[in-house]
Design a protein around this ligand. Structure first.
Ligand code: UAH
Length: 392
């Protein structure tokens, strides 16, 4: 029996995740390790399943945005190194020690407080710390050389913190104009040089996200942080069109027709009566809506694939239901409809959906939420299902 009762689901192709790790592996220098970035529940694909596949394909570490995301991975039995890429409130250090999770730091005061809390708690295991350097992202990170040296010295003298890494994050590595990225990289190398000059031995150095790993593979250092590319998506249309690497999209969003009607006279469809079906039109209802993370902005604008053809979403997307106009084929209740992904020769890519929504491909799978079961496939065969709406 299926562990969910719903005719809407996400399919994740684990072979695609594996292939994307192999693709980037062969693009970056030998010896550069791969961190699989599985924050935001694996960009909506499911963090645990993606992490397992990426690790078995050759990634050696995982990146998340917050400590709770790391705990989910540990609770699933994943033992690989995990780095929290964002800020962690200092009281999180005790849990980080318990769960063996590395943290990001960029304030001396935070480092001092973290050390003192770990000493007070008698924490058995030191917490690995990666220093975040802000070279031009303007988000988090230490900017000045003196502050970096002070931070490194603080970590060197700590007993319950272990300096494990140093990294920066690029703001524009997906763009054709490389000026900002080159300037960021120059700042990063200057700061690394200053550390060395002052006698520090550098820990794991990393700066490349997917875009930089594709465009500047020689900057791999010890590790890259591979996020969007892991899921088979390009960080920008510019890099997609350059085709330095061939990535394979992993996610499809599928549903089934649950109701069909033929307009016997003009009839309006959905809230606001914003669409009128002409006599003879066939309208199908799909059990998906904005409460699943299928945006209302698709109302009268989005598309679906039915019988291998692209059809129009008509009327407003509701909280739980969406209507499409069937054209060119007969339809039956139970027919599979693809909202993102491929059906036969037809495709609605996440890039196309993002363009319609006026956003980036990253956001589209991230919006799909706990109401939608995730079905994992390998060689086309179902291997597991995760459905977070149901208690474990
Ligand atoms: C610090 C940090 C992030 O916030 C995100 C990533 C992954 O980026 P992509 O998804 O663009 O590869 C890496 N590092």
């Amino acid at each position: 029996m299926k562990p969910y009762v719903r005719d809407t689901w996400v399919e994740v192709d684990l072979d695609a995740i594996r292939a994307n790790v192999h693709t980037i592996r062969s693009h970056i220098p030998v010896g550069t390790r791969i961190m699989a970035v599985v924050k935001a529940d694996g960009y909506g694909h499911g963090a645990v399943e993606v992490a397992r596949e990426a690790l078995s394909a050759g990634a050696t570490a995982l990146g998340v945005a917050m400590l709770d995301e790391a705990k989910v991975l540990r609770q699933a039995g994943i033992q690989a190194p995990i780095l929290v890429l964002g800020y962690t409130p200092v009281d999180g250090v005790i849990q980080a020690s318990e769960w063996e999770v590395e943290l990001t730091a960029y304030h001396t005061e935070w480092v001092e407080e973290a050390e003192s809390r770990l000493v007070q708690a008698g924490a058995a295991r030191p917490v690995g710390i990666h220093i975040k350097v802000d070279t031009g992202m303007g988000r988090i990170g230490v900017r000045k050389e003196e502050e970096l040296l002070e931070l490194a010295a603080g970590l060197a003298s700590a007993t319950r913190l272990k300096w494990s890494g140093i990294f920066t994050h690029f703001a524009c590595a997906d763009e054709e104009d490389t000026a900002h990225t080159l300037a960021q990289h120059e700042r990063f190398t200057a700061l690394l040089a200053a550390l060395k000059q002052h006698g520090f031995t550098l820990p794991t150095v990393h700066c490349c996200n997917t875009a930089a790993a594709i465009a500047f593979p020689k900057w791999g250092y010890d590790m890259i942080r591979f996020g969007i590319g892991l899921y088979g998506l390009y960080p920008s249309m510019y890099l997609k069109e350059r085709r330095d690497v061939e990535l394979t999209p992993a996610l499809s969003l599928k549903t089934r027709i649950v109701h069909l009607k033929r307009a016997e006279e003009p009839m309006t469809i959905s809230y606001g009566a914003t669409y009128t079906a002409e006599t003879g039109e066939t309208i199908a209802t799909l059990p998906i809506g904005y409460a699943d993370g299928f945006p209302r902005a698709f109302s009268n604008r989005g598309f679906a694939l039915h019988a291998g053809q692209k059809v129009q979403i008509v009327g407003r997307v509701c909280m739980d239901q969406t209507m499409i106009r069937i054209t060119g084929a007969t339809a039956d209740i139970g027919d599979e409809v693809v909202l993102y992904g491929k059906q036969g020769e037809a495709e609605i890519s996440l890039d196309e959906a993002a363009a319609l929504l006026g956003t980036i491909n990253y956001e589209v799978p991230c919006m799909l939420n706990y109401r939608v079961p995730r079905v994992y496939k390998r060689e086309g065969q179902l291997v597991s299902v995760s459905h977070q709406i149901l208690p474990k």
